[in-house]
Write a protein that binds this ligand. Structure first.
Ligand SMILES: Cc1ncc(COP(=O)(O)O)c(C=O)c1O
Length: 392
């Protein structure tokens, strides 16, 4: 059993000094293929580190040492046995659903989730005979009843959700989902493994857009799956190689560089986001604030139980409706108008017209007067001042 703490694992897991040169960070193995010592005798593989899953390096779609280092670190941080790094969060989600579902299967999805996840299930998997139903995951009784009505293969949870920050009780859902013979998948992108570890709470698979907090610097797109079950790991390894959306070595290296500071970054994201949420909650021009760190948030107690902090995303509805929400997005100085989240710099966006446009007209449609903030790690007072001035 590993007894090292989170920050130690973030810096050391999968990142032993390079055996050849002693380089203290994993080199970028920017290589597609590897010399073999004889037919069927590739080099490397085995041992204790990232190579232990393979019999040697043959081809970088199948295994690459830099990607392996990232995967080893992600598995350690999420408390899983094995992790898989993909070219994007969506590539990870697509691979997972292909592993878990067959035509005729049914998936429960959240009533509020990343628009791209909804689009994948609704527009891609539906065409292959996988049906879905959206259920409010913050209400375990609703999930139980949906599972009684129709057997599901997968229950897909995001907590906190993008962009409305609803919170689902992972432990309570794990019991209900497992009783019904389904698998619980948790998209842990908003929390990051520093704030929440779904596998320890009973989830079967953790999904990440590593583009966000894990990478942390808005300079790389990537995704990951982490599992606790060896059989499932084998199936994902097969599918990752067979379908081919594995992450590249340079992307893996950048993501690993980000991971080393995940803990300290998340602490500051949480601190700044709490200050922003507190300020907005008292602001006369704000109608509603969504942040699990506010005592009035309906998921506050569950979040306090299962998370180490409440995260860096705050959404709000200004007075003045959609036109005012859009105008605010154009009036900030430090909050940059852009999609994505989780980087060190603060971002602002209008989910209805930007990240969640694909959910328009669906049960996952977001309020059109919603503004989403990814609160960065700049000086807190500067961020407050920027928002006060944008609100007018
Ligand atoms: C919660 C969540 N899951 C998954 C994704 C998809 O990840 P990617 O953009 O890396 O494909 C996103 C992207 O915004 C997200 O916010």
């Amino acid at each position: 059993m590993n007894v090292d703490g989170f920050e130690t694992l973030a810096i050391h897991a999968g990142q032993e000094p390079d055996p050849l040169t002693g380089a203290v960070v994993p080199p970028i193995y920017q290589v597609s293929t590897y010399k073999q010592d004889g037919v069927g005798h590739p080099r490397g593989g085995g041992g204790e580190g990232p190579g232990r899953w393979i019999d040697g390096y043959e081809y970088s779609r199948t295994a690459n040492p830099t990607r392996g280092a990232l995967e080893e670190c992600l598995a350690a941080l999420e408390g899983g046995i094995r992790a898989f790094a993909f070219a994007s969060g969506m590539a990870a989600e697509d691979c997972l659903l292909r592993v878990l579902c067959r035509p005729g299967d049914h998936v429960l999805i959240p009533g509020d989730a990343y628009g791209g996840t909804f689009r994948l299930v609704d527009k891609v998997f539906r065409a292959w005979g996988v049906s879905h139903l959206s259920v409010p995951m913050s209400q375990p009784a609703a999930v139980r009843s949906a599972l009684q009505d129709k057997r599901a293969r997968v229950v897909w949870v995001e907590t906190p959700t993008n962009p409305l920050l609803s919170v689902a009780d992972i432990t309570a859902l794990a019991d209900i989902v497992h009783e019904a013979g389904a698998l619980l998948v948790v998209d842990n992108t908003f929390a990051s493994p520093y704030l929440q570890q779904p596998l320890a709470l009973g989830a079967d698979v953790v999904v990440h857009s590593t583009t966000k907090y894990i990478g942390g610097h808005s300079d790389v797109v990537g995704g990951a799956l982490v599992v606790a079950d060896a059989g499932l790991a084998e199936n994902i390894a097969f599918a990752q190689n067979a379908t081919g959306a594995a992450g590249g070595p340079f992307d893996a290296w950048l993501t690993l560089r980000g991971i080393r500071t995940l803990g300290v970054r998340m602490d500051r994201h949480c601190q700044n986001a709490q200050r922003v949420a507190d300020m907005l909650a008292k602001h006369p021009k704000v109608a509603e604030v969504f942040y699990p760190g506010l005592a009035a948030h309906p998921g506050h107690e569950v979040a306090a139980k299962q998370m180490r902090g409440f995260g860096g995303i705050v959404s709000f509805r200004p007075l003045g409706g959609e036109a005012e929400a859009v105008a605010i997005c154009g009036r900030t100085r430090l909050f940059t108008l852009g999609e994505s989240l989780g980087g060190v710099e603060s971002l602002i966006e209008h989910p209805g017209r930007m990240t969640h446009a694909s959910a328009a007209g669906s049960p996952l449609e977001v309020p059109l007067d919603l503004v989403r903030l990814s609160v960065g790690i700049e000086t807190g007072e500067d961020l407050l001042e920027d928002l006060r001035s944008a609100l007018g």
